[in-house]
Design a protein around this ligand. Structure first.
Ligand SMILES: Nc1nc2c(ncn2[C@@H]2O[C@H](COP(=O)(O)OP(=O)(O)OP(=O)(O)O)[C@@H](O)[C@H]2O)c(=O)[nH]1
Ligand SMILES: [Mg+2]
Length: 315
Protein backbone atom coordinates (compact mmCIF):
# COMPACT_ATOMS: atom_id res chain seq x y z
CA UNK A 1 0.00 0.00 0.00
CA UNK A 2 1.55 3.22 -1.13
CA UNK A 3 0.69 6.07 1.17
CA UNK A 4 -0.98 8.83 -0.76
CA UNK A 5 -2.75 6.59 -3.25
CA UNK A 6 -6.44 7.02 -2.54
CA UNK A 7 -7.56 3.92 -4.45
CA UNK A 8 -5.20 1.61 -2.56
CA UNK A 9 -5.99 3.32 0.72
CA UNK A 10 -9.72 2.92 0.26
CA UNK A 11 -9.41 -0.69 -0.88
CA UNK A 12 -7.22 -1.61 2.09
CA UNK A 13 -9.54 0.21 4.51
CA UNK A 14 -12.51 -1.69 3.08
CA UNK A 15 -10.63 -4.94 3.63
CA UNK A 16 -10.33 -4.11 7.31
CA UNK A 17 -6.87 -2.54 7.40
CA UNK A 18 -7.16 -0.09 10.28
CA UNK A 19 -3.93 1.74 9.47
CA UNK A 20 -5.24 2.45 5.98
CA UNK A 21 -8.53 3.61 7.48
CA UNK A 22 -6.75 5.96 9.87
CA UNK A 23 -4.69 7.39 7.00
CA UNK A 24 -7.77 7.85 4.86
CA UNK A 25 -9.53 9.75 7.64
CA UNK A 26 -6.43 11.89 8.18
CA UNK A 27 -6.51 12.77 4.49
CA UNK A 28 -10.17 13.72 4.83
CA UNK A 29 -9.31 15.77 7.90
CA UNK A 30 -6.62 17.64 5.99
CA UNK A 31 -9.02 18.13 3.12
CA UNK A 32 -6.35 17.38 0.53
CA UNK A 33 -6.70 15.72 -2.89
CA UNK A 34 -6.28 12.22 -1.44
CA UNK A 35 -9.07 12.97 1.04
CA UNK A 36 -11.35 14.17 -1.74
CA UNK A 37 -10.63 11.09 -3.81
CA UNK A 38 -11.25 8.75 -0.86
CA UNK A 39 -14.59 10.49 -0.26
CA UNK A 40 -15.51 10.12 -3.89
CA UNK A 41 -14.75 6.38 -3.79
CA UNK A 42 -16.75 6.00 -0.57
CA UNK A 43 -19.79 7.93 -1.71
CA UNK A 44 -21.78 5.15 -3.48
CA UNK A 45 -21.68 3.00 -0.31
CA UNK A 46 -21.84 5.84 2.15
CA UNK A 47 -25.38 5.33 3.38
CA UNK A 48 -25.43 1.65 4.17
CA UNK A 49 -24.54 2.25 7.81
CA UNK A 50 -26.50 4.38 10.25
CA UNK A 51 -25.23 7.24 12.36
CA UNK A 52 -26.07 8.20 15.91
CA UNK A 53 -25.17 11.66 17.17
CA UNK A 54 -24.60 12.05 20.91
CA UNK A 55 -24.38 15.50 22.40
CA UNK A 56 -24.91 17.33 25.68
CA UNK A 57 -23.12 19.66 28.03
CA UNK A 58 -19.46 19.11 28.95
CA UNK A 59 -19.07 16.24 31.41
CA UNK A 60 -22.65 14.98 31.02
CA UNK A 61 -21.31 11.46 30.52
CA UNK A 62 -21.41 11.24 26.73
CA UNK A 63 -18.19 9.23 26.44
CA UNK A 64 -19.14 6.92 29.30
CA UNK A 65 -22.50 6.36 27.64
CA UNK A 66 -20.89 5.81 24.24
CA UNK A 67 -18.57 3.25 25.77
CA UNK A 68 -21.54 1.49 27.41
CA UNK A 69 -23.47 1.50 24.12
CA UNK A 70 -20.42 -0.07 22.46
CA UNK A 71 -20.74 -2.93 24.97
CA UNK A 72 -24.39 -3.41 24.03
CA UNK A 73 -23.61 -3.42 20.31
CA UNK A 74 -20.62 -5.73 20.68
CA UNK A 75 -22.75 -8.17 22.65
CA UNK A 76 -24.78 -8.49 19.43
CA UNK A 77 -21.54 -9.11 17.58
CA UNK A 78 -21.94 -6.02 15.41
CA UNK A 79 -19.07 -3.71 14.57
CA UNK A 80 -19.13 -0.09 15.57
CA UNK A 81 -17.18 3.07 14.84
CA UNK A 82 -17.00 6.20 16.98
CA UNK A 83 -15.97 9.65 15.86
CA UNK A 84 -15.21 11.81 18.88
CA UNK A 85 -14.99 15.46 18.05
CA UNK A 86 -12.05 17.07 19.76
CA UNK A 87 -13.11 20.55 20.54
CA UNK A 88 -10.02 22.60 19.84
CA UNK A 89 -10.97 25.21 22.42
CA UNK A 90 -8.96 25.15 25.64
CA UNK A 91 -12.23 25.16 27.57
CA UNK A 92 -12.99 21.54 26.78
CA UNK A 93 -9.59 20.47 25.49
CA UNK A 94 -8.70 18.86 28.78
CA UNK A 95 -11.43 16.28 28.40
CA UNK A 96 -9.84 14.60 25.42
CA UNK A 97 -7.47 12.55 27.47
CA UNK A 98 -10.36 11.43 29.66
CA UNK A 99 -12.22 10.23 26.58
CA UNK A 100 -9.26 8.21 25.43
CA UNK A 101 -8.88 6.56 28.79
CA UNK A 102 -12.54 5.59 29.00
CA UNK A 103 -12.55 4.32 25.45
CA UNK A 104 -9.43 2.25 26.13
CA UNK A 105 -11.65 -0.58 27.34
CA UNK A 106 -12.26 -1.19 23.65
CA UNK A 107 -8.76 -0.51 22.37
CA UNK A 108 -7.95 -4.15 21.72
CA UNK A 109 -11.28 -5.01 20.14
CA UNK A 110 -10.97 -5.05 16.37
CA UNK A 111 -14.74 -4.72 16.02
CA UNK A 112 -14.55 -1.23 17.46
CA UNK A 113 -12.94 1.70 15.71
CA UNK A 114 -12.52 4.95 17.61
CA UNK A 115 -11.25 8.10 16.05
CA UNK A 116 -10.92 11.68 17.28
CA UNK A 117 -11.23 14.50 14.81
CA UNK A 118 -10.16 18.10 15.17
CA UNK A 119 -10.65 21.24 13.14
CA UNK A 120 -7.06 21.63 12.05
CA UNK A 121 -6.35 22.21 8.41
CA UNK A 122 -9.54 21.34 6.66
CA UNK A 123 -11.21 23.71 4.31
CA UNK A 124 -14.56 24.24 5.97
CA UNK A 125 -13.34 22.52 9.12
CA UNK A 126 -15.29 19.86 10.92
CA UNK A 127 -18.59 20.54 9.21
CA UNK A 128 -17.10 19.22 6.00
CA UNK A 129 -14.69 16.62 7.39
CA UNK A 130 -16.95 14.84 9.88
CA UNK A 131 -19.75 13.89 7.47
CA UNK A 132 -17.11 12.68 5.02
CA UNK A 133 -15.49 10.53 7.69
CA UNK A 134 -18.89 9.09 8.68
CA UNK A 135 -19.57 8.24 5.03
CA UNK A 136 -16.20 6.53 4.75
CA UNK A 137 -16.85 4.47 7.88
CA UNK A 138 -20.12 3.28 6.39
CA UNK A 139 -18.48 2.49 3.07
CA UNK A 140 -15.79 0.34 4.68
CA UNK A 141 -18.44 -1.69 6.45
CA UNK A 142 -19.39 -0.20 9.81
CA UNK A 143 -23.12 -0.74 10.33
CA UNK A 144 -23.21 1.92 13.04
CA UNK A 145 -21.18 5.05 13.65
CA UNK A 146 -21.56 7.18 16.77
CA UNK A 147 -20.54 10.82 16.58
CA UNK A 148 -19.87 12.31 20.01
CA UNK A 149 -19.60 16.05 20.40
CA UNK A 150 -20.06 18.61 23.13
CA UNK A 151 -23.15 20.67 22.39
CA UNK A 152 -21.50 24.02 22.91
CA UNK A 153 -21.57 25.72 19.54
CA UNK A 154 -23.50 25.92 16.31
CA UNK A 155 -20.91 23.86 14.45
CA UNK A 156 -21.16 21.00 16.93
CA UNK A 157 -24.95 21.19 16.88
CA UNK A 158 -25.03 21.18 13.08
CA UNK A 159 -22.80 18.13 12.96
CA UNK A 160 -24.72 16.11 15.50
CA UNK A 161 -28.09 17.12 14.06
CA UNK A 162 -27.20 15.48 10.78
CA UNK A 163 -27.02 12.02 12.27
CA UNK A 164 -29.86 9.60 11.54
CA UNK A 165 -30.74 9.71 15.24
CA UNK A 166 -29.70 12.48 17.62
CA UNK A 167 -29.35 11.75 21.33
CA UNK A 168 -29.19 14.60 23.85
CA UNK A 169 -27.68 13.77 27.24
CA UNK A 170 -28.66 15.86 30.25
CA UNK A 171 -27.95 15.44 33.94
CA UNK A 172 -30.25 15.65 36.95
CA UNK A 173 -30.41 18.88 38.84
CA UNK A 174 -32.00 22.17 38.22
CA UNK A 175 -30.60 24.00 35.26
CA UNK A 176 -29.00 21.43 32.99
CA UNK A 177 -32.09 20.90 30.89
CA UNK A 178 -32.65 24.65 30.80
CA UNK A 179 -29.07 25.17 29.62
CA UNK A 180 -29.59 22.50 27.00
CA UNK A 181 -32.73 24.28 25.87
CA UNK A 182 -30.89 27.59 25.58
CA UNK A 183 -28.12 25.94 23.58
CA UNK A 184 -30.69 24.74 21.06
CA UNK A 185 -30.38 21.08 22.00
CA UNK A 186 -34.06 20.52 22.78
CA UNK A 187 -35.10 21.00 19.19
CA UNK A 188 -32.64 18.53 17.77
CA UNK A 189 -33.23 15.65 20.20
CA UNK A 190 -34.77 12.44 18.94
CA UNK A 191 -34.03 10.70 22.24
CA UNK A 192 -33.33 12.28 25.62
CA UNK A 193 -31.11 10.59 28.12
CA UNK A 194 -30.95 11.67 31.74
CA UNK A 195 -27.55 10.30 32.63
CA UNK A 196 -26.23 10.19 36.21
CA UNK A 197 -29.70 9.13 37.26
CA UNK A 198 -28.05 7.93 40.47
CA UNK A 199 -28.04 11.56 41.55
CA UNK A 200 -30.83 13.57 43.11
CA UNK A 201 -33.11 15.58 40.91
CA UNK A 202 -33.78 12.99 38.23
CA UNK A 203 -37.55 13.21 38.64
CA UNK A 204 -37.49 17.02 38.45
CA UNK A 205 -35.34 16.92 35.32
CA UNK A 206 -37.76 14.49 33.70
CA UNK A 207 -40.62 16.83 34.58
CA UNK A 208 -38.73 19.81 33.10
CA UNK A 209 -38.09 17.91 29.89
CA UNK A 210 -41.71 16.73 29.65
CA UNK A 211 -43.03 20.24 30.05
CA UNK A 212 -40.57 21.62 27.51
CA UNK A 213 -41.72 18.94 25.09
CA UNK A 214 -45.34 19.85 25.80
CA UNK A 215 -44.59 23.47 24.98
CA UNK A 216 -42.49 22.90 21.90
CA UNK A 217 -44.06 22.56 18.49
CA UNK A 218 -45.62 19.11 18.39
CA UNK A 219 -43.28 16.72 16.66
CA UNK A 220 -44.58 13.67 14.90
CA UNK A 221 -42.25 11.63 17.06
CA UNK A 222 -42.21 12.61 20.71
CA UNK A 223 -38.66 11.99 21.95
CA UNK A 224 -38.62 9.39 24.72
CA UNK A 225 -36.78 10.20 27.96
CA UNK A 226 -34.54 7.41 29.23
CA UNK A 227 -32.70 7.37 32.55
CA UNK A 228 -29.21 5.90 32.67
CA UNK A 229 -26.30 5.42 35.03
CA UNK A 230 -23.78 5.02 32.24
CA UNK A 231 -20.86 4.46 34.60
CA UNK A 232 -22.62 1.29 35.85
CA UNK A 233 -24.19 0.32 32.53
CA UNK A 234 -27.69 0.83 33.99
CA UNK A 235 -30.44 1.74 31.56
CA UNK A 236 -28.04 1.59 28.62
CA UNK A 237 -29.79 -1.32 26.88
CA UNK A 238 -33.07 0.64 27.17
CA UNK A 239 -31.35 3.73 25.79
CA UNK A 240 -30.09 1.78 22.80
CA UNK A 241 -33.55 0.27 22.27
CA UNK A 242 -34.99 3.79 22.22
CA UNK A 243 -32.43 4.74 19.56
CA UNK A 244 -33.41 1.70 17.48
CA UNK A 245 -37.11 2.50 17.89
CA UNK A 246 -36.55 6.02 16.67
CA UNK A 247 -34.69 4.70 13.69
CA UNK A 248 -37.43 2.22 12.77
CA UNK A 249 -39.96 5.00 12.95
CA UNK A 250 -37.74 7.38 10.98
CA UNK A 251 -37.10 4.78 8.29
CA UNK A 252 -40.79 3.95 7.95
CA UNK A 253 -42.00 7.54 7.98
CA UNK A 254 -39.51 8.72 5.40
CA UNK A 255 -37.67 10.96 7.86
CA UNK A 256 -34.37 9.11 7.42
CA UNK A 257 -34.50 9.54 3.66
CA UNK A 258 -35.42 13.20 4.05
CA UNK A 259 -32.62 13.89 6.54
CA UNK A 260 -30.08 12.22 4.32
CA UNK A 261 -31.28 14.21 1.35
CA UNK A 262 -30.86 17.41 3.34
CA UNK A 263 -27.47 16.28 4.64
CA UNK A 264 -26.13 15.68 1.13
CA UNK A 265 -27.27 19.13 0.01
CA UNK A 266 -25.80 20.75 3.11
CA UNK A 267 -22.50 19.10 2.34
CA UNK A 268 -22.42 20.59 -1.14
CA UNK A 269 -23.33 23.98 0.27
CA UNK A 270 -20.54 23.81 2.86
CA UNK A 271 -17.96 22.76 0.31
CA UNK A 272 -18.94 25.65 -1.97
CA UNK A 273 -18.91 28.06 0.95
CA UNK A 274 -15.49 26.87 2.11
CA UNK A 275 -14.07 27.09 -1.41
CA UNK A 276 -15.36 30.63 -1.85
CA UNK A 277 -14.12 31.66 1.58
CA UNK A 278 -10.66 30.37 0.73
CA UNK A 279 -10.73 32.44 -2.46
CA UNK A 280 -11.76 35.53 -0.49
CA UNK A 281 -8.92 34.99 1.95
CA UNK A 282 -6.47 34.69 -0.93
CA UNK A 283 -7.74 37.89 -2.58
CA UNK A 284 -7.25 39.77 0.68
CA UNK A 285 -3.76 38.35 1.17
CA UNK A 286 -2.82 39.25 -2.40
CA UNK A 287 -4.30 42.72 -1.96
CA UNK A 288 -2.08 43.28 1.04
CA UNK A 289 1.04 41.99 -0.63
CA UNK A 290 0.66 43.68 -4.02
CA UNK A 291 -0.16 47.04 -2.50
CA UNK A 292 -3.77 47.30 -3.74
CA UNK A 293 -4.95 48.37 -0.31
CA UNK A 294 -2.71 51.44 -0.29
CA UNK A 295 -5.10 53.24 -2.63
CA UNK A 296 -7.75 52.64 -0.06
CA UNK A 297 -5.59 54.10 2.70
CA UNK A 298 -4.81 57.34 0.86
CA UNK A 299 -8.54 57.53 -0.01
CA UNK A 300 -7.86 57.56 -3.74
CA UNK A 301 -10.04 54.51 -4.32
CA UNK A 302 -13.31 53.58 -2.60
CA UNK A 303 -14.01 50.04 -1.30
CA UNK A 304 -16.59 49.21 -4.00
CA UNK A 305 -14.24 50.12 -6.84
CA UNK A 306 -11.30 48.33 -5.28
CA UNK A 307 -13.36 45.20 -4.60
CA UNK A 308 -14.59 45.19 -8.22
CA UNK A 309 -11.12 45.53 -9.63
CA UNK A 310 -9.73 42.83 -7.32
CA UNK A 311 -12.56 40.47 -8.32
CA UNK A 312 -12.00 41.20 -11.99
CA UNK A 313 -8.30 40.61 -11.58
CA UNK A 314 -8.99 37.18 -10.06
CA UNK A 315 -11.15 35.97 -12.94
N1 LIG B 1 -22.41 9.48 39.14
C1 LIG B 1 -22.27 9.23 37.84
N2 LIG B 1 -21.17 9.65 37.21
C2 LIG B 1 -21.07 9.40 35.89
C3 LIG B 1 -22.07 8.72 35.17
N3 LIG B 1 -21.71 8.64 33.87
C4 LIG B 1 -20.50 9.26 33.78
N4 LIG B 1 -20.12 9.70 35.00
C5 LIG B 1 -18.87 10.43 35.31
O1 LIG B 1 -18.98 11.74 34.78
C6 LIG B 1 -17.69 12.20 34.38
C7 LIG B 1 -17.74 12.71 32.96
O2 LIG B 1 -18.00 11.62 32.10
P1 LIG B 1 -17.66 11.66 30.54
O3 LIG B 1 -18.18 10.40 29.97
O4 LIG B 1 -16.23 12.00 30.31
O5 LIG B 1 -18.52 12.88 30.08
P2 LIG B 1 -18.53 13.59 28.65
O6 LIG B 1 -19.88 14.11 28.47
O7 LIG B 1 -18.01 12.66 27.60
O8 LIG B 1 -17.50 14.75 28.89
P3 LIG B 1 -16.85 15.72 27.79
O9 LIG B 1 -16.52 14.90 26.57
O10 LIG B 1 -15.66 16.27 28.49
O11 LIG B 1 -17.87 16.77 27.52
C8 LIG B 1 -16.74 11.04 34.58
O12 LIG B 1 -16.07 11.21 35.78
C9 LIG B 1 -17.67 9.84 34.63
O13 LIG B 1 -17.15 8.78 35.37
C10 LIG B 1 -23.24 8.28 35.89
O14 LIG B 1 -24.17 7.71 35.33
N5 LIG B 1 -23.28 8.58 37.22
MG1 LIG C 1 -16.51 12.97 26.13
Amino acid sequence: MKPGNATDLFKAAAEGNRIALARAISAIERGDKVGEEVSRLAFPKSEIGVSIGITGSPGAGKSTLTSAIIDVIRAKDEEIAVVAIDPSSPFTGGAILGDRIRMQDHALDNGVYIRSMATRGHLGGLTVAVPEAVRLLSAVGFATTIVETVGVGQIEIDIVNEADTTVVVVNPGWGDSIQANKAGLMEIADVFIINKADRVGTRETRRDLESMLDLSAAKEFRPPIIETVASEGKGVAEAYDAILSHRSWADASGLTAERRRRRRRNEVERIIRATIEAKVAKLIRDGESDGSFRKLDDLSLDPHSLASSMLEGSQ
